[in-house]
Design a protein around this ligand. Structure first.
Ligand code: 13P
Length: 253
């Protein structure tokens, strides 16, 4: 069985003090939580302090992005190796906000996925269609393009470290989540794509998260879908109560 994974993408929220406070609260609330993996993805500037608070807890830490080289004259960029040394085990890659506002492409996403894997990190690779693409019935084509090109060259042996996050762009920060049926349909399709690329047994083990307006109120119904293995949570991960509410509802019986 796949262990669900709930990751909090804090985006560009929380200074160091706020991040430490939120993390302390979550650490306390989650001290006896079983059957679900939890990962926090704060801004880069918070990582080291959050890592200190997380010492001795099962909560994981992730970056929100990384560059594809480990050092060099690339002002403003953060290397996978730096994330590792700051205490990260995960890294979100190819979030739609990065694709939209920072011109990331499947090619750069792929380079980052490969670089993260090479450093021993676990990439959370984001895929998903815009509203326009959904309305034009291009959801499957867009998702196929993101999955196949984002994973180009990734070895089947490394797929146990890859998490895919299906985040329909129209559901992010809009309050309009995909219905459980809409999520399941795309998740099953992604698993089918992975099966064609890596074989059924590898595909059966890859965790596919849903992201887009996940809240405590809708988490249970989305999470009970067969191919939904957790969530990538934005807004609702910024408060301990609401993030905890989602985590509690994500444990599969
Ligand atoms: P919201 O949960 O705020 O819709 O954001 C989702 C997201 O983008 C997580 O990466």
């Amino acid at each position: 069985m796949r262990t669900p994974i709930i990751a909090g993408n804090w985006k560009m929220y929380k200074n160091v003090q706020e991040a430490v406070e939120l993390t302390k609260g979550l650490k306390e609330m989650l001290s006896s939580m079983k059957g679900v993996e939890v990962v926090l993805c704060p801004p880069f500037t918070d990582l080291s302090e959050v890592a200190k608070v997380l010492e001795g807890s099962a909560i994981g830490l992730g970056g929100q992005d990384c560059y594809w080289l480990n050092e060099g004259a690339y002002t403003g960029e953060i290397a996978p190796r730096m994330l590792k040394s700051a205490g990260c085990t995960y890294c979100i890659i190819g979030h739609s906000e990065r694709r939209t506002y920072f011109h990331e492409t499947n090619e750069t996403v792929n380079k980052k996925v490969m670089a993260a894997l090479a450093e021993g990190l676990k990439p959370i690779m984001c895929v998903g269609e815009t509203l326009k693409e959904r309305e034009e019935n291009r959801t499957f084509a867009v998702v196929k393009n993101h999955v196949e090109n984002g994973l180009k060259g990734v070895n089947g042996n490394d797929m146990d470290r890859v998490v895919i996050a299906y985040e329909p762009v129209w559901a992010i920060g809009t309050g309009r989540n995909a219905t459980p049926g809409q999520a399941q349909e795309v998740h099953a399709y992604i698993r089918k794509l992975l099966g064609a690329l890596y074989g059924e047994s590898v595909a059966a083990k890859v965790r596919i998260q849903y992201g887009g307006s996940v809240k405590p109120e809708n988490a249970a119904e989305i999470m009970k879908e067969r191919d939904v293995d957790g969530a990538l949570v934005g807004g609702a991960s910024l408060k301990a109560d609401s993030f905890f509410g989602i985590i509690k509802k994500s444990v599969k019986e």
